[in-house]
Design a protein around this ligand. Structure first.
Ligand code: GAR
Length: 204
């Protein structure tokens, strides 16, 4: 199994989906390390309860020196023998240091159908915009924020009575299916597609 790291900042529900997939014997990844920039991230406890190595590397002592913080992340990732990084609700902008060091080895999940709605508040913006089809994207991380090549996407309808919260919940359910499927596609490109109940809306 390929050793991966998951980087989080908060609740870690996408991380949990990856933990569940990695627990399956035939899934080609194992989680070597979970890192958070936020020591209070609830996801750290989720990871520890699952028996994983999970550490906070707080960005705050580094002040404005983003690269110094990333050097600390990078050292921990290399010490753990990590081969791929999955950003999962990791809410820090990355500098060229980390994106180039891990080029073609770092994935991100974003809660919109990129290139629509990069950045924050995607569900509010989708509703304001009148978007009828929304969703989530797993993509390679490049220097441009939310710009890298798409690995997979899952779509959901926007309903007339949606609020940002109801729409976010519908998208999140798809995120939890998409991320493990997209990572599987990266690690095992020739492998069978992941069985799912809505294949027409899941494209990896
Ligand atoms: C997810 O919806 C993820 O797509 C989003 O943050 C949430 C994290 O939830 N990521 C971004 O907005 C990245 N810019 P989680 O901690 O429960 O996985």
């Amino acid at each position: 199994k390929k050793p991966i790291a998951i980087l989080i900042s908060g609740r870690g529900s996408n991380m949990r989906a990856l933990i569940e997939s990695c627990a399956q014997p035939d899934y080609p990844a194992r989680i070597a390390l979970v890192l958070s920039n936020n020591p209070d991230a609830p996801g750290l406890d989720v990871a520890r309860e699952a028996g994983l190595a999970a550490h906070a590397i707080d960005h705050r002592p580094y002040g404005r020196d983003r690269e110094a913080h990333e050097r600390a992340l990078d050292a921990a990732l290399r010490a753990a023998g990590v081969e791929y990084i999955c950003l999962a609700g990791y809410m820090r902008l990355l500098t060229p240091f980390l994106t180039s060091a891990w080029a073609d080895r770092m994935l991100n999940i974003h809660p919109s159908l990129l290139p629509a709605f990069p950045g924050l508040h995607t569900h509010e913006r989708a509703l304001e915009n009148g978007t009828r089809i929304h969703g989530c994207t797993v993509h390679w991380v490049t220097q441009g924020m939310d710009e890298g090549p798409v690995i997979g996407q899952a779509a959901v309808p926007v309903l007339d009575d949606d609020t940002p919260d109801t729409l976010a919940a519908r998208v999140l359910r798809q995120e939890h299916r998409l991320y493990p499927a997209a990572l599987l596609r990266v690690l095992d490109p020739a492998g069978a597609p992941v069985p799912n109940a809505a294949a027409s809306l899941l494209s990896v």
